[in-house]
Design a protein around this ligand. Sequence first.
Ligand code: ATP
Length: 368
Amino acid sequence: MNITFERVSKYFDRAKTLQDVDFQIEDGEFFTLLGPSGCGKTTLLRTIAGFYKQEEGNIYFGDRLMNGVPAHRRNIGMVFQNYAIFPHMSVFDNVAYGLKARRVNKAETERRVMEALELVELAHLRGRSPSEMSGGQQQRIALARAVVIRPALLLMDEPLSNLDAKLRIKMRSDIRALQQELGITTIYVTHDQEEALAVSDRIAVMHGGVVQQIGSPQDIYMYPENRIVANFIGTSNFLEAEVSGYDAATGGALLRLPPDQAFRLTLAKAYEGKALLSIRPENVNISGELTRDGQFRGQVQQGSFLGGKVHYTVHIGNGRMIEVERHLTERHELFKAHQGVYLDFQLERAILYDAKGEEVLGHGSTRA
Ligand code: ATP
């Protein structure tokens, strides 16, 4: 079942918590709402569930307008951060709960609960009390309880936040596998960008109640449409730049990076003036000696050894810092704090934004 938002806005005490949310989630999609705390993702999820009413706009499940339909008539399965399972009931009874409420008969209940417990690999623990079980197992019970009612839509709000790092990684791939097996449209809320990139078909990045960008994990990471997204998904270096000499016939322009570097690039639209060049830390090369004219000279402020890779913060003058991340190969020498280094930007991977970082002007560039 696809879900459509048409200019949905929601206010709390006149503050606009959701602003003109307008997009569609496809049938069977694993769709993630991603953003920092307070960006409105839980509010949007609760509005979809029918716990909140939007003041403006429409929400459709398939062709059906859902405005005003109460939560219990929306046929939704939900999983929350705190599991919300009943500690005094057995695993089986927890999962059977929603079927009892729907007056499903005993034999059918038995069959469906066991099927759901098989899916989450807990069938052998059906008689246990959840209070004797680990956080990961409790979250599996919650998952089984959400899918046993065969909902048209599965909503999950930070379901893995209470689990330790290793279990989170295992559970997220289990959740993804389960979702694919059932083919159920799923909306997943998280503030964890790595989690979002790992599980989603598509992601909506939210900030300040506004959907900033929607795309596949690769799209969002490789082509963030504004500075907010570039900063929230991974990290980015931003360098002040100046665009001049725009040529309408070719779209070409000259980009200057102070103090003395110049590049050619092709712009997506006419533009001259101040701009921001964004480069990911993994797209900056670092070396101990000058290998080419025009490289940035800098001094290592800090180096962190991260196992398979190293992260450096390099001062390039006037208080400007560049984050650099290199995978460790046999050839990579480790640089120490205060060591002089040279930086080389992989400009074909850079993105140029306008001065405010609100709009993409062009992707990649070559040296002038
Ligand atoms: P978190 O990850 O911290 O839950 P979030 O992105 O899910 O963040 P929301 O919980 O949707 O954010 O909150 C968005 C904004 O709306 C916040 O500024 C919050 O204070 C406000 N808000 C949320 N719920 C209510 C409410 N019931 N009454 C008043 N304001 C609310």
